[in-house]
Design a protein around this ligand. Structure first.
Ligand code: OGA
Ligand code: NI
Length: 375
């Protein structure tokens, strides 16, 4: 049979719907917030078991580790054992930590966040030209996953690619405010750089050569993208979530939180810890791909976002990912007869496709990917 004659436009259809369009008309959370609703639409009301609980005193007193990176990246190459050990513990116990003295200029961090705030303050109509589809998610969006009738989160977002270069397309980036593209570009480069440095620490801490993780990620050919989250004021914050519990599917995430408004919560055992951002710190967390490479020594921990009724919140999540078409599996150096590989190889493209059809689902993605236990 001559295949060329039968060329068809292949559409990926899944049990949960088409990947080319959203299953329902898109509603911008910003529009809902601006319409002075007296009650929350049903789609945003979470079942009682998922609703945010008022902060307990013990949990309110804890915070994720705050680590000062000063000295770690010094020219002489001297590494500070105490800092290395703190990062190691944070990756194993928390999957999350804040970093200060990370080398990114505070002015650039503020410029990036405030440019995006201006973008989100534009009328919804002006942003619709950038509206996204579930195939690539690039652009302006208001939901994750394509399941019809799914419960929705109280946030809008913007998603774009920084690397690889062939996916970086300025036409898919906002053009307002006028300096935003320049600012994102510079911010992206700084974060790629910072992430590369942290990756070396993560490798070294496992007794590996410092470039091991980076090599496993495809060396120069890694992926990097940005998701900017906009959480408008919510009329009934006790019933809703800004972002449902999930672990990040990629390699590592570097989050720039809002400097004024709390919202991120990290699961620690059975409680949700509210992160108190340190001024001009970044919040770093391990994603599923590093959990897989490390054979679960490092933890990709579940987190969620709560909202409130008197302040909006803007955050920038930068994702540092493996090259999308190379199989990711536990590093050979980390597996043995006594600790067999917990995950079979899977490319990030395959992994992401699976996630994009479903939306946030706690840790179920990485957990369902576990290898069958050898008998
Ligand atoms: C994310 C995320 C947290 C936040 O975008 O994956 O977890 O504080 N964001 O917005
Ligand atoms: Ni996340």
């Amino acid at each position: 049979m001559n295949m060329n004659k039968n060329k068809v436009d292949v559409k990926i259809e899944t049990k949960k719907g088409s990947m080319d369009e959203w299953p329902e008309p898109v509603v911008r959370v910003q529009s809902l917030a601006e319409s002075n609703l007296s009650s929350l639409p049903d789609r945003y009301i979470k079942p009682a078991s998922l609703r945010p609980t008022p902060a307990q005193d013990a949990a309110a007193a804890t915070n994720i580790p705050i680590i000062d990176l000063e000295g770690l990246f010094s020219e002489e190459g001297t590494s500070d054992d105490v800092i290395m050990a703190r990062i190691s513990e944070a990756c194993r116990e928390w999957g999350f930590f804040q970093v200060v003295n990370h080398g990114v200029k505070p002015e650039l961090m503020d410029a990036a966040r405030e440019s995006w705030r201006e973008f989100f303050h534009m009328p919804v109509n002006a942003k619709e030209t950038y509206s996204n589809s579930p195939r690539t998610y690039e652009g302006y969006g208001s939901r994750l996953g394509v399941e019809k009738g799914a419960s929705l989160d109280w946030s809008d977002y913007y998603f774009l690619h920084l690397l690889p270069h062939r996916l970086k397309d300025f036409n898919k980036w906002p053009s307002f405010p006028p300096t935003i593209r320049e600012v994102i570009d510079e911010y992206g480069k700084e974060l790629v750089n910072l992430s590369g440095r942290i990756m070396r620490v993560l490798s070294t801490n496992l007794g590996l050569q410092e470039d091991k993780f980076q090599e496993a990620f495809g060396g120069e050919n890694i992926g990097a993208c940005l998701r900017v989250n906009y959480y408008p004021k919510c009329p009934r914050p006790e019933l809703a979530l800004g972002l449902s519990p999930h672990s990040d599917p990629g390699g590592m995430t570097v989050l720039l939180p809002d400097d004024q408004v709390f919202g991120l919560q990290v699961r620690k055992d059975d409680t949700w810890i509210t992160v108190k951002p340190h001024p001009h710190a970044f919040i770093v967390n391990i994603g599923d791909q590093i959990q897989i490479l490390s054979n679960s020594t490092y933890k990709s921990v579940e987190h969620r976002v709560i909202v409130n009724s008197d302040k909006e919140r803007v955050s920038l999540a930068f994702f540092y990912n493996p090259k999308s078409d190379i199989p990711i599996q536990p590093l050979q150096e980390l597996v043995s007869a006594r600790s067999p590989p917990l995950y079979p190889p899977m490319t990030f493209d395959q992994y992401r496709l699976f996630i994009r059809t479903q939306g946030p689902q706690g840790k179920s993605h990485v957990e369902s990917h576990i290898s069958p236990r050898p008998r």
